[in-house]
Design a protein around this ligand. Structure first.
Ligand code: HPA
Ligand code: ZN
Length: 334
């Protein structure tokens, strides 16, 4: 088997707040004099037993209380970049959730300046290119998303696109049509979480109403043959997160995960980590988990890595350079 960590890859679905490791949560809480409702790291980790998306989000938002300063965002991001580099990530498109910080009284500037301080050194320090995607919280009103978009406009050069995350059921993409229209008019690319817990209809809405360039998760698309045919035809990428899907009970066991069926149906599926600090592994760990459980081949892993660059928002020249790195690895593999 190819070592998945050696395979050059892009990570296209990772929430920076989901890379907040338990030890770091306590470190930040201490330096910011924030009191957590768990006495220590072991007690916090003991709570990482999720039954669905909502049960995870409760903890995900609670942990954010420890993040207060620009330096916190910088340190969080630098720690992610270091781990991603060790996992063979050459390019990362990173989600962040500004509304979750604004509602705690932080400024948009604190968030973006902290993230940017780390990202501007990603090439020199970690040999990685990066981009930022700002997600709207779909369980908040559209007006709040619209206000957040206004705050982001002065930082247009630092944010490549907008996305949609948080509680999916009951919050269809159609709720955000106007804000996505405005985002696209201002030059942002669009993506959306859809078909994680929500039905295939939400994937159709993300495509037709939000005009997304990629679908995040999208695994429930497999329930709708017409949608599968459409995704195969258009080659709209899907950013699949296998360990997340198991931990949030989107699928019962990794052996039941639809990734192999998605590849066999000709879909442009990629493998990503989502919230690696919470779901038991970073991106190469996800590659390994699907390899082991789904009987994938080395050729499948290579396809997934190629798909990751082809699905990314980097220019064609860079794409070809990164794909060339994969070809180089394959050519020298035993
Ligand atoms: N789904 C929806 N919202 C999220 C997720 C997810 O997997 N992770 C962080 N916010
Ligand atoms: Zn996600």
């Amino acid at each position: 088997m190819i070592d998945p960590r050696a395979l050059p890859k892009a990570e296209l679905h990772v929430h920076i707040e989901g890379t907040f490791e338990p030890a770091q949560i306590f470190e930040f809480a201490k330096r910011n004099s924030v009191t957590l409702s768990y006495p220590n790291v072991a007690a916090l980790e003991d709570a990482y037993k999720f039954t669905d998306l909502q049960s995870f989000l409760n903890l995900y938002y609670a942990a954010m209380a420890a993040i207060r300063t620009e330096r916190d965002f910088e340190d969080l991001t630098t720690a992610y970049l270091r781990r991603a580099q060790a996992q063979g990530v050459r390019h990362a498109e990173i989600f962040f959730d500004p509304q979750a910080h604004l509602e705690r009284g932080l400024s948009f500037e604190t968030v973006i300046d902290g993230l940017w301080s780390a990202l501007q050194r990603s090439e020199s320090d970690f040999g990685m290119t990066t981009a930022l995607i700002m997600c709207f919280l779909r369980d908040q009103p559209e007006a709040s998303a619209m206000e957040t978009l206004e705050l982001a406009l002065p930082y247009r050069d630092k944010i490549i696109g907008v996305g949609l995350d948080s509680v999916e059921l009951g919050n269809p993409p159609s709720k955000f049509q106007a804000v996505f229209d405005r985002a696209r008019a201002n030059g942002f690319l669009t993506v959306a979480h859809a078909g994680e817990e929500g039905p295939p209809e939400y994937v159709w809405e993300a495509l037709n109403l939000l005009k997304v360039s990629r679908v995040d998760h999208g695994v429930r698309s497999m329930e709708d043959p017409t949608l599968v045919a459409h995704l195969a035809e258009t080659q709209i990428p899907l950013t699949v997160c296998p360990l997340s899907n198991v931990r949030l009970r989107v699928v019962d066991r990794m052996q039941d995960h639809p990734l192999k069926r998605m590849l066999d149906a000709g879909l442009r599926a990629t493998v990503n980590s989502d919230d690696p600090a919470y779901f038991g592994g970073y991106v190469a760990d996800n590659y390994r988990a699907v390899f082991d459980a789904l009987g994938l081949t080395d050729a499948d892993l290579v396809r997934l890595a190629r798909n990751s660059f082809e699905s990314s928002f980097i220019d064609d020249e860079r794409k070809q350079r990164y794909i060339g790195e994969i070809d180089g690895l394959v050519a020298t593999a035993p």
